[in-house]
Design a protein around this ligand. Structure first.
Ligand SMILES: *Cc1c(COP(=O)(O)O)cnc(C)c1O
Length: 438
């Protein structure tokens, strides 16, 4: 590995050998070597505070000590690593604990499917099952939704660029306006109801509606509690299955284990991945209302559904949910984050920032094209890792590991504040605008 005069490691090998499809290494151009808790270090010894948390796959932090210990013990006693969907002790233990710690106390009753170990695979399984159960083909998705990059998941994803990558028409879906998409005055559930009710609308009765309670990739758009309840009611009334894609917002991101708990709704199918493995190891679940579990054995299978290392770490991570303490802490840190962001927005009104989100999924949306990207780039140069979201990358997104300490959170906010201050000064002087007019 070569360290350049700039003090940064050279990315030459990646530029030469890795496909152009690579993306995050372009936003964070260095070579990482070590990670612990909320910090990453690069080959030059530089430390970076992580406000990205592996896109939500590292809710319990990097190399969490308690989880790591269980993993090492398991490997050292030659515990089964790969098992397709054979019964293993590691899976048994995870299933029992998930039932006891997560489902039972919340009054939720689900059969648990292990699809391939990605969010997209959980979404595919949910769409397939909804179609099989209802015998109908249409799925309603929402504007600005993100559900993954495989064909079925893309068919209910909003982003034009990502959809285009499919290379084939994405069929059998209808996109409807998410909460707040049209204006504050339009109730988009009533709007959708008209389409479903009207025999002249051109929209046939869907098998399912798939929704994120907060659209993380789509720009941190938050659905109101009221809207989610009306959505559930509409689905019940019409016999439409409700699928909540909790791949990113689940596992505590918004403060509760499931993001829909605040609304008190009970989806028919729930997709979980990202942090369910607890340690950044690949794993996904599809939770299915028991009466809908009409799969034939092997009807949705895959080679890597039995990632036992992830079952071990997932089971250990559930310990965070045995009491309300973890949840309370996330809410408290969420408040701290919110007030920090609101201060920044108020300090630089000419940037026209708007604070969005809840829990430890928040961000600032900017009207000016390119501003959020510029801020994230500046933040990285100061040792803070954060990403943009939204169709036009208009939102600077903050999603640290949930185990972040208050002082780490404050440090990160300080770095972000300085970045915004500098960019604000440059945009005042016109420098930023000139650079972006090219
Ligand atoms: C990340 C994500 C997915 C896709 O998960 P992959 O593991 O990347 O396939 C699906 N839905 C949501 C809401 C996500 O955030």
């Amino acid at each position: 590995m070569k360290i350049l005069d700039t003090g940064k490691p050279s990315l030459h090998v990646f530029e030469m050998l890795e496909s152009e499809v690579r993306s995050y290494c372009r936003s964070f151009p260095t070579i990482f070597t070590r990670a612990k808790g909320c910090t990453l270090w690069d080959a030059a010894g530089e430390a970076y505070l992580d406000f990205f948390a592996g896109a939500g796959a590292l809710n319990y932090g990097h190399n969490n000590d308690d989880i790591k210990k269980k993993l090492i013990e398991y490997i050292q006693q030659d515990g089964v690593t790969h098992s397709l969907d054979m019964a293993t002790a590691a899976k048994e233990s995870f299933l029992e604990q998930f039932q006891r710690i997560i489902l039972q106390p919340r009054g939720l009753s689900y059969k648990i499917q292990f699809p391939g170990p990605t969010g997209a695979n959980s979404v595919e399984s949910a769409l397939k099952l909804a179609r099989k159960v209802t015998g109908r083909s249409t799925i309603i998705g929402f504007t600005n939704a993100f559900h993954g990059m495989t064909l079925g998941a893309l068919s209910v994803t909003g982003n034009k660029f990502k959809r285009k990558g499919a290379g084939v028409p994405l069929h059998h879906t209808v996109s409807m306006p998410y909460d707040g998409y049209m204006s504050d005055q339009v109730n988009t559930i009533e709007y959708m109801r008209n389409y479903i009710d009207d025999s002249g609308s051109g929209v046939s009765l869907p098998a399912a509606i798939i929704v994120e309670t907060i659209q993380g990739e789509g720009g941190i758009n938050v659905a109101s509690i009221e809207w989610l309840r009306s959505l559930e009611m509409l689905c019940k009334e019409k016999g439409i299955l409700l699928i909540v894609d909790d791949v990113q917002m689940g596992c505590g991101r918004t403060g509760t284990f499931f993001s829909f708990e605040a609304a008190g709704i009970k989806p028919d199918i729930v997709c979980l991945s990202k942090s369910i493995g607890g340690y950044g190891l690949p794993m996904a679940l599809t939770l299915i209302a028991p009466e809908l579990d009409i799969w034939e054995p092997g009807e949705h299978n895959g080679t890597f559904r039995g990632n036992n290392l992830a079952f071990v770490t997932a089971a250990e991570a559930l310990k965070y949910w045995k009491t309300n303490q973890f949840s309370d802490e996330i809410f408290a840190k969420g408040e701290l984050l919110k007030s920090g962001l609101q201060d920044m927005v108020a300090s630089y009104p000419h940037l026209k920032g708007q604070v969005r989100g809840r829990g430890l999924m928040q961000g600032i949306a900017f009207e000016t094209q390119g501003l959020a990207e510029k801020i994230c780039e500046r933040a990285f140069s100061k040792g803070l890792i954060m990403e943009t979201s939204g169709t036009d990358s208009e939102v600077a997104k903050i999603m640290p590991p949930l185990i972040i300490t208050e002082s780490e959170l404050k440090n990160g906010l300080e770095l972000l504040y300085t970045s915004i201050k500098e960019i604000a000064a440059e945009s005042y002087s016109g420098e930023w605008r000139r650079n972006n007019d090219r």
